[in-house]
Design a protein around this ligand. Structure first.
Ligand SMILES: O=P(O)(O)OC[C@H]1O[C@H](O)[C@H](O)[C@@H](O)[C@@H]1O
Length: 244
């Protein structure tokens, strides 16, 4: 179903996923009624800036960018609905969105590209397929991509992240220094902003909604960004709605 800018994948049994065409941002993922994602109530949905929360699509650059705003342009502009929402025989529902170069993206990053983003809602799983096409082979380009995901959890201090042991990481503020994670279980009890490199294909996060464990499995991506702004930084991010 499509409601204005929202594409809704409905699998029945109170399991659904909403995608806003602004940035192809996944703004809701409910499993049996329970919301799994955090989206700020103060978020702009007007296109003035990216949607604060959910799963946003970072492309073609991660972090501060000399060509444009932080984390690139893909999360700030409207994507097109290419296909769907469509139900598969097994009951899963998918939608395919796309983003093509245009004069605006040329003005920031002059490469001919097309992104295709397929989101499939399964019973207790979301599957993402990302395709990046260079539509002008004479001009190869490099890019960075990230699904910047903000999860809703009852108490982040109780979440246990497994799978990062022995991975090297850089702190976002000290990009030149590399350290190595020595913990089997990583907890979050203060501000954290790290980029882990060469992370194994699967990581898990326990004590998510209803005490469940989230398994994140990736293919052809190697780095993981772990960010929690904690109290002080949270107050500085105006559209998080935690001022005061
Ligand atoms: O405020 P944003 O541009 O959405 O960035 C939010 C965060 O994104 C990533 O997680 C970076 O590692 C952080 O340094 C940054 O604060």
């Amino acid at each position: 179903m499509i409601y204005g800018n929202q594409i809704v994948l409905n699998r029945g049994n109170y399991t659904s996923c909403s995608i806003n065409i602004l940035g192809a941002t996944v703004t809701s993922w409910r499993i049996y009624h329970k919301e799994q994602l955090f989206v700020s109530r103060e978020s702009h949905f007007s296109g003035l800036s990216h949607i604060r929360g959910g799963i946003s699509f970072v492309f073609p650059h991660f972090g501060p960018w000399c060509m444009g705003s932080r984390h690139g342009f893909a999360r700030n502009i409207a994507w097109s609905l290419e296909q769907g929402p469509e139900k598969l025989e097994n009951g899963d529902v998918f939608a395919m969105l796309s983003l093509d170069r245009d004069d605006y993206t040329d003005s920031l990053w002059n490469y001919k590209f097309k992104l295709m983003y397929k989101i499939t809602l399964c019973e207790q799983k979301l599957i993402f397929n990302i395709y990046v096409e260079n539509t002008c082979e004479n001009f190869p380009f490099e890019f960075e991509i990230l699904q910047h995901s903000l999860f809703k959890v009852p108490d982040v201090r109780k979440c246990e992240i497994i799978g990062l042991r022995n991975c090297s990481f850089k702190k976002a503020v000290k990009q030149d220094e590399t350290e190595v994670e020595d913990r089997e279980i990583v907890n979050i009890s203060a501000r954290i902003d790290r980029i882990y490199a060469k992370v194994p294909r699967e990581i898990t996060v326990s004590n998510m909604m209803d005490g469940g464990t989230l398994k994140i499995t990736r293919k052809n991506t190697y780095d993981v960004n772990l960010w929690n702004p904690w109290v002080a930084e949270t107050k500085q991010i105006k559209d998080l709605g935690m001022i005061g």
